[in-house]
Design a protein around this ligand. Structure first.
Ligand SMILES: Nc1ncnc2c1ncn2[C@@H]1O[C@H](COP(=O)(O)OP(=O)(O)O)[C@@H](O)[C@H]1O
Ligand SMILES: [Mg+2]
Length: 163
């Protein structure tokens, strides 16, 4: 159940990445960011921005780890990027040590969070929808227990440059 929601439409991949960078500004170790949305809705693009905002070098290729499920990047703390598109069963995640990663070691970013929604408790929820070729509708909210603002360090209903 979400307690706070922020919605916007971005008009380019760059704009989505910029939003990702802003979100990154208030992430801390142990946070889980769960991204929902169809193929091509911009989840990886958003994760690129979040990763850059967390200090990952632009030389490092942040893309969907579709075949390995998990990629790890080094930013100001470890970033664990999951793509669960091909996940068949939750046990596949436990095999690669998923629960241990949630132990405040870094930030966990999950594409196709739909697949494990029922196992997630406290997380930042990003829902992405394809609107047109260059437009994506993006909704950001928190799961029930997280009350911290996530953009810009204060409660916002509107971001500069976003409608
Ligand atoms: N406003 C936008 N936000 C994000 N991606 C966009 C936007 N407009 C166009 N795109 C394009 O849509 C595609 C989204 O792909 P990707 O981020 O890999 O999505 P997903 O990971 O959800 O499958 C990319 O080719 C990107 O350049
Ligand atoms: Mg992707």
């Amino acid at each position: 159940m979400a307690i706070d929601t922020f919605e916007t439409i971005t008009h380019s991949p760059q704009e989505t990445q910029e939003l990702g960078k802003k979100i990154a500004g208030s992430l801390k170790k142990g946070d889980i960011v769960a991204l929902f949305g169809e193929l091509g809705s911009g989840k990886t693009t958003m994760i690129q921005g979040i990763s850059w905002g967390l200090g990952v070098s632009k030389d490092i290729y942040v893309n969907s780890p579709s075949f390995v499920i998990l990629k790890e990047y080094r930013g100001k703390f470890p970033i664990y990027h999951f793509d669960l598109y091909r996940l068949k069963d939750f046990s596949e995640l436990t095999e690669i040590g998923y629960p241990d990663l949630l132990d405040n070691k870094g930030v966990v970013l999950i594409e196709w969070a739909e697949k494990i929604e029922k196992y997630l408790s406290e997380y930042i929820r990003i829902e992405m929808k394809y609107v047109s070729l260059n437009e994506r509708e993006i909704g950001i909210s928190y799961s029930a227990t997280r009350r911290k603002p996530i953009v810009g360090g204060h409660q916002v209903t509107k971001l500069p440059g976003h409608q």
